[in-house]
Write a protein that binds this ligand. Structure first.
Ligand SMILES: C[S@@+](CC[C@H](N)C(=O)[O-])C[C@H]1O[C@@H](n2cnc3c(N)ncnc32)[C@H](O)[C@@H]1O
Length: 434
């Protein structure tokens, strides 16, 4: 991914609508994504984002707080090499804003658009908020390399009250990393004018004090930073769980999972089962409530913590599973996040952990399109669930570790030619076909 546009918002649906519209109007000759982090809105923000087709992350947050924390959530799920960081109320006025903010960004600097305060009703520009004639190094609208953003640990979440998070962010980039802010008038943004909250100059005082303390201490990196740029897939899952990132934790309901995996008849009292990949835990809870003696295997500690009250045992590594224990193991929306190497290891250990009569019901993602199975194994695909496998490939992997496919369940064709399949895997030589 070349570029990620990230913005945080709260109860500004009308402003956001215009901002997203201006982004959509852009002609962008490369791949990019837009991530909106909603820090607890109660207005139409969700609908606005859904209609605009952006990645929408909702944080449950009842009271106002400094946007640093919400922005960081967006920055940490962004996959672009370049981040366009901006305020939710800044309209992209220049038609090729995204392209210019990417193509003109050089190493060793960050790039800031010229941004005016703007009266939407009268279409009038007012004060210049930042630009060559008012060099304030703040991200009303600008771009920076993701590696630089991560090197300073994003925005500093110690700023919880309004203001001064942007001053400190600029300090970290300039004084901490030695970057040069570059102001360009080739890109113009319009900050939609809005009423100032009352008593703002008083409300920013705690943040001002914090900023002064931080400057004095002279450690120019955000609290909690720096962030690892190339985090492992396991670290990435840990983070998804830590922020309840629903897009990837999916949260399928038990009925859907049992149905798709054709295991409904096995969900009954005293069956000893293992769920692989608990996500939000909805299926785990309902399955355990049926009297199933359920355990969980998940790559994430936080994911396992979420379900510990419903399960008999938790396992983070497949090689710690007990021998010859389970009647049923099931996995839904997990293998498409796993490399062949990880899947082979899991299959081997799960087959060992099954009773001889046991079955491993596993969903995987195939595609109608042509693709190279090897190239498909990238880390980005592991994170996004983009790993596709043909039935033949899954059969090869299963047989390589002494298993056999005993049943192929009904497949489901999704949008974009993705096909979800499920198979029942048994130990080779096992006579059971369930
Ligand atoms: C997309 S969610 C699916 C959750 C649930 N099964 C569902 O269908 O909604 C993937 C889950 O699998 C876990 N996971 C990812 N890779 C895994 C692996 N290699 N081993 C075990 N769990 C894994 C993640 O932590 C997450 O909980």
């Amino acid at each position: 991914m070349r570029c990620s546009i990230v913005l945080a918002t709260r109860n500004k649906a009308e402003y956001l609508k215009r901002t997203l519209r201006s982004i959509k109007r852009q002609d962008v000759p490369f791949e990019y994504e837009v991530i909106v982090v909603d820090d607890g809105s109660t207005d139409q923000t969700r609908e606005v984002c859904k209609r605009a087709g952006v990645r929408y992350i909702k944080l449950e947050n009842a009271i106002y707080r400094n946007p640093a924390a919400a922005r960081n959530v967006g920055y940490r799920v962004a996959t672009g090499k370049i981040i366009i960081a901006q305020s939710d109320e800044v309209i992209h006025h220049t038609p090729n804003t995204i392209e210019l903010l990417c193509s003109r960004l050089k190493q060793g600097e960050f790039l800031l658009a010229t941004v005016y305060n703007y009266i939407v009703k009268t279409q009038q520009r007012k004060a210049m908020y930042t630009g060559k004639r008012n060099k304030r190094p703040f991200f009303f609208l600008g771009s920076l390399w993701r590696k630089d953003l991560y090197a300073v640990g994003g925005n500093d979440e110690e700023f919880t009250k309004p203001g001064y998070d942007d001053d400190w962010f600029a300090d970290c980039l300039i004084r901490g990393l030695g970057l040069r802010p570059r102001f360009t008038d080739a890109v113009v943004g319009h900050h939609q004018d809005h009423p100032r909250p009352q008593g703002l100059s008083h409300k920013v005082l705690p943040s001002k004090r914090l900023w002064e303390q931080k400057r004095k201490a002279g450690v120019f990196v955000a609290t909690g930073g720096p962030w690892k740029l190339n985090e492992t897939v396991a670290e990435w899952w840990e983070r998804c769980h830590s922020i309840d990132y629903k897009r990837y934790l999916t949260g399928s309901l038990a009925e859907q999972v049992w149905e798709f995996l054709s295991i409904r008849h096995l969900i009954r009292k005293d069956v000893v089962a293992l769920e692989v990949g608990v996500g939000l835990g909805y299926c785990t809870k309902t399955t355990a409530e049926q009297g199933v003696r359920l355990s969980a295997l998940d790559i994430s500690k936080i994911g396992l913590k979420r379900v510990e009250e419903w399960v008999v045992a938790c396992y983070q590594q497949p090689d710690s599973l007990p021998n010859n224990t389970f009647d049923l193991v099931f996995s839904h929306l997990v293998s498409q996040h796993m490399s062949d190497e990880a899947l082979i290891a899991q299959l081997r250990e799960v087959l060992r952990a099954l009773k001889p009569s046991g079955v491993f019901a596993m969903q995987f993602a195939d595609t109608e399109k042509d693709f190279s199975e090897e190239e498909n194994q990238s880390k980005a695909n592991q994170k996004s669930g983009g790993i596709r496998r043909s039935l033949q490939r899954v059969r090869e992997l299963v047989e390589a570790v002494g298993g056999r496919i005993a049943r192929e369940c009904d497949a489901r064709l999704l949008k974009h030619g993705v096909v979800w399949r499920a198979v029942h895997i048994v130990q080779d030589g096992a006579r059971t076909t369930i």
